[in-house]
Design a protein around this ligand. Structure first.
Ligand SMILES: NC(=O)c1ccc[n+]([C@@H]2O[C@H](COP(=O)([O-])OP(=O)(O)OC[C@H]3O[C@@H](n4cnc5c(N)ncnc54)[C@H](O)[C@@H]3O)[C@@H](O)[C@H]2O)c1
Length: 212
């Protein structure tokens, strides 16, 4: 059931790769609630072509942009304002990628080129997006910017390897840019009895989630 909660709101939604992507579901809901928005993803992700179905379904335009490129992000914010007819009310940063995780490289043995790539794509990209928007004054008053973190930013989840560090940086950028941009950053979490360890390898094995 829709309530027109986002009627008249203009947005930029990153990270919808296929129907399993969090951003895909957000785009469907935002459309249901009356928002208009631009979809964007890395040019390489466009090759899969699935985003075209989402664009058709939500009556949206697609602007390819590599979130590590300030030039492409500048083009994204320029074109989005032209297409949507004004400043932006909401941005969803739903971008994450770790080659170390993909290649199953354990935390003590991280590859630093992959690590640096992960930092750039998954955390520094939020700084770059906000910096571009700030310099262009592209966000409306009371605009919302949402980025997606994970509990491993605050507590140890061994399998999350470099993404744990990267999410901690993402959260710090949200706090710091919140201060400089005059935005409010709320970091909500619920401590279900955790201390500093979210989950251990032993618990994962005993639960039958991973093999010993
Ligand atoms: N799925 C989960 O359980 C979960 C849990 C916590 C946090 N998150 C976070 O939510 C966000 C979305 O994840 P998801 O589960 O939907 O996965 P996903 O793989 O569908 O989304 C990640 C997106 O990042 C895009 N991307 C990668 N490199 C890029 C680049 N250089 N420029 C622009 N876009 C690029 C990918 O194309 C993809 O669309 C990520 O930040 C992820 O870390 C996910």
């Amino acid at each position: 059931m829709a309530y027109n909660l986002l009627k008249g709101k203009r947005g930029i939604i990153t990270g919808a790769l296929d129907s399993n992507s969090i951003a895909w579901k957000v785009a469907e809901k935002a459309h249901e609630e009356g928002a208009t928005f631009v979809l964007t993803n890395a040019p390489i992700a466009m090759r899969m072509g699935e985003i075209n179905a989402l664009a058709e379904k939500t009556n949206s335009k697609i602007i390819p942009a590599d979130a590590t490129s300030v030039e492409e992000l500048t083009n994204l914010f320029t074109q989005s304002q032209e297409i949507l007819g004004g400043k932006i009310d909401f941005v969803l940063h739903s971008i994450g990628m770790s080659v170390n995780i993909r290649k199953k490289i354990a935390y003590p043995e991280l590859n630093y080129d992959y690590y640096a790539k992960g930092v750039d794509v998954s955390a520094m990209s939020l700084h770059k997006m906000l910096s571009v928007a700030y310099k262009m004054d592209a966000l409306n008053d009371h605009a919302s910017v949402v980025a997606l973190s994970y509990a491993a930013a605050q507590r140890t989840y061994p399998f999350y390897t470099d993404m744990a560090d990267i999410k901690a940086l993402l959260e710090s950028i949200a706090r710091s840019f919140g201060y400089h941009y005059g935005l409010t950053m709320q970091n909500l979490f619920h401590d279900g009895g955790y201390s500093t360890t979210g989950v251990s390898d032993l618990i994962m094995q005993k639960s039958g989630i991973t093999e010993a």
